[in-house]
Design a protein around this ligand. Structure first.
Ligand code: FS2
Ligand code: SF4
Length: 428
C-alpha cells in the first residue's frame, strides 16, 4: 500500500505497511482500485456529457464513491468489494449512455473499410476518444482541401454515418496510442489530441500539435470550445503530404444491430459445429513485450473461431485477414473501449437465442489492460458474474495477493500464459 493523504501519515512521507489510522493494506488497494474504476467511468461520462447526455444515478455514485475513500470514512474491505462491483454496474450504465449518445448523434455504426496511409494534400491527424471533437473538426474543415485522418481509438469513427459522410475523412495513420511519437514525427501534418493517451510531445512535432477537451500538454496550444481555427491554419501552412500506397485496409464499425442481424445464421453455424467459439480479444494495447501474446493468440486460433475485438488492443492483429465463416466475418471490430457495451449486449442477446446463461455461451474473454478504464471494464464483466476471463499482459499492480486470490476463487480469473496452451484450454 501507499497512502499519504492525511497528516498522520507514517514519518510524514507515507504509510506503506499499514495505515497509522489502522487502514489495512488490502483496504488501501481496494480504495485505489475503486478510484481507478471511477476514473474510467468519469472518462466515459465526460464524452457522453460532451454530447449532452448525463445520468443522475452515475453522478451520485461517483460522489459517494469518492467520499468513501476520504480519510477515516470506510475501513470495511467487504464493502469495498461490493463498491467495486457497483462501480462495474455503473460503468455498464455509463458505457450504454455513451453508446446511446454516439448512435443518436452520429447514427448506427456500419461495417466500414478504412485505408491506412496518406493521400496527397494538407492533413490533420486526430487521436484520442472524442467523437464530438472529431465531428466538429470535420464540419470546420469541410471544403478547405484538408484531409482528416484518425489515429488509435478514433478509428471506429469511420463507421458512424454522420462522420463517414465527410469525404475528407480519408483514413487512418499509425496504430495504437504508443506509436504516436513515431507516427506524428513521420507525417508533417497538424495533430489534435482529443482525450487521454497523449504522450509528452517531441520537439519535432510539438509546434504543430494541439489538444482539446480534457487533454492538455505543456507548450502545446489548447483549443477551447471546439474552435479548431488554429489547427486548420497550421494544416494549411504545413502544406501537402505525399501520396503513399494504401494497401492496408482495416474494417471497423460493427454495431450490435449489424451483428444481431446475423443471429439466425450464427445459431445455425454454432449448431452445425461450424463456429466452435467466439473469443473477445480486446482492451488497451501496451508497449510491454508480453503484449505480443495477443498477436500470437489470434494468429494461432483455428478457423472455426470468431474473434470479437475492441479498443486499441486490436492493433495487435487487426491487419490480419481472417476471412469469414459462411458470411460471418471472423474478425469483428465493435469499436472503442467503451463499446465493450456492444459486446455485452450481443452476448446477452446470444443467451436468449441459445436459451443458456452467460457463462454457458461458447464465448471466452481475453482481455488486455493498460489504464484505469480497463479496470472499470474488468469490474463490469465481474459484476455480470462472467467467469474464466483471461487477463494480461501482466496482472494489475493494484490487486495484491489477497485480491487476486478472491478473483481467482470467485471468478476463475486467469492470467494469460502461453498462447497455444491457453487456446487448448479454452477450446477444451
Ligand atoms: Fe487505448 Fe488508451 Fe481506450 Fe485505453 S487509446 S490504452 O485509453 O481506453 O484503449
Ligand atoms: Fe496513513 Fe491512514 Fe492517513 Fe492514509 S489515511 S496516510 S493510511 S494514516
Amino acid at each position: 500500500m501507499f497512502c499519504y493523504q492525511c497528516s498522520q501519515t507514517a514519518r510524514g512521507t507515507g504509510c506503506t505497511v499499514r495505515g497509522v489510522c489502522g487502514k489495512e493494506p488490502t483496504v488501501a488497494r481496494l480504495q485505489d482500485n475503486l478510484l481507478f474504476a471511477m476514473k474510467g467511468i468519469s472518462a466515459y461520462l465526460y464524452h457522453a456529457r460532451e454530447l449532452g447526455y448525463t445520468d443522475e444515478e452515475v453522478d451520485a455514485f461517483l460522489e459517494r464513491g469518492f467520499y468513501s475513500t476520504l480519510t477515516n470514512v470506510n475501513f470495511d474491505p467487504g464493502r469495498f468489494v461490493e463498491m467495486a462491483l457497483e462501480a462495474g454496474h455503473m460503468n455498464l450504465k455509463t458505457m450504454a449512455l455513451l453508446k446511446k449518445a454516439h448512435i443518436e448523434t452520429y447514427g448506427e455504426p456500419e461495417p466500414t473499410e478504412v485505408p491506412v496511409g496518406a493521400v496527397k494534400g494538407p492533413g490533420i491527424l486526430a487521436t484520442g476518444h472524442s467523437m464530438k471533437a472529431l465531428a466538429e473538426l470535420l464540419k470546420q474543415t469541410e471544403g478547405k482541401g484538408i484531409n482528416v485522418y484518425t489515429h488509435s481509438e478514433l478509428l471506429p469513427a469511420h463507421g458512424y454515418p454522420e462522420l463517414k459522410k465527410y469525404k475528407h475523412l480519408v483514413g487512418q495513420l499509425g496504430g495504437p496510442w504508443f506509436d504516436q511519437r513515431q507516427t506524428f514525427s513521420r507525417y508533417p501534418v497538424a495533430i489534435l489530441g482529443t482525450s487521454n493517451c497523449v504522450l509528452l510531445p517531441q520537439d519535432e512535432y510539438k509546434e504543430r500539435m494541439f489538444t482539446s477537451g480534457v487533454a492538455e500538454l505543456p507548450g502545446v496550444e489548447h483549443i477551447e470550445d471546439y474552435d479548431f481555427t488554429p489547427v486548420i491554419e497550421k494544416a494549411l501552412e504545413l502544406g501537402d503530404l505525399e501520396e503513399e500506397p494504401r494497401d492496408t485496409v482495416l474494417t471497423t464499425g460493427f454495431g450490435a444491430s449489424t451483428i444481431l442481424s446475423l443471429a439466425p445464421k450464427i445459431k445455425e453455424l454454432v449448431e452445425d459445429g461450424k463456429i466452435k467459439r467466439f473469443i473477445l480479444v480486446g482492451g488497451c494495447d501496451s508497449p510491454l513485450a508480453q503484449a505480443k501474446y495477443y498477436t500470437e493468440f489470434v494468429e494461432k486460433l483455428p478457423e472455426d473461431v470468431v474473434v470479437l475485438t475492441l479498443a486499441c488492443g486490436k492493433y495487435r492483429f487487426n491487419e490480419m485477414d481472417l476471412g469469414d465463416i459462411e458470411g460471418v466475418p471472423r474478425l469483428i471490430d465493435v469499436g472503442q473501449c467503451n463499446d465493450a457495451i456492444v459486446a455485452v449486449d450481443v452476448a446477452v442477446a446470444l443467451t436468449e437465442l441459445f436459451g443458456v446463461e452467460l457463462n454457458e455461451l461458447p464465448l471466452t474473454i481475453v482481455c488486455s489492460w493498460m489504464e484505469q478504464k480497463a479496470a472499470a471494464i474488468l469490474w463490469s464483466l465481474l459484476a455480470l458474474d462472467i467467469k474464466g476471463i483471461y487477463l494480461g499482459p501482466i496482472l494489475p499492480g493494484w490487486a495484491n495477493d489477497d485480491i487476486i486470490k478472491v478473483l481467482v476463487e470467485n471468478y476463475d480469473l486467469r492470467p494469460i500464459g502461453d498462447p497455444e496452451e491457453d487456446i487448448k484450454q479454452i477450446l477444451g
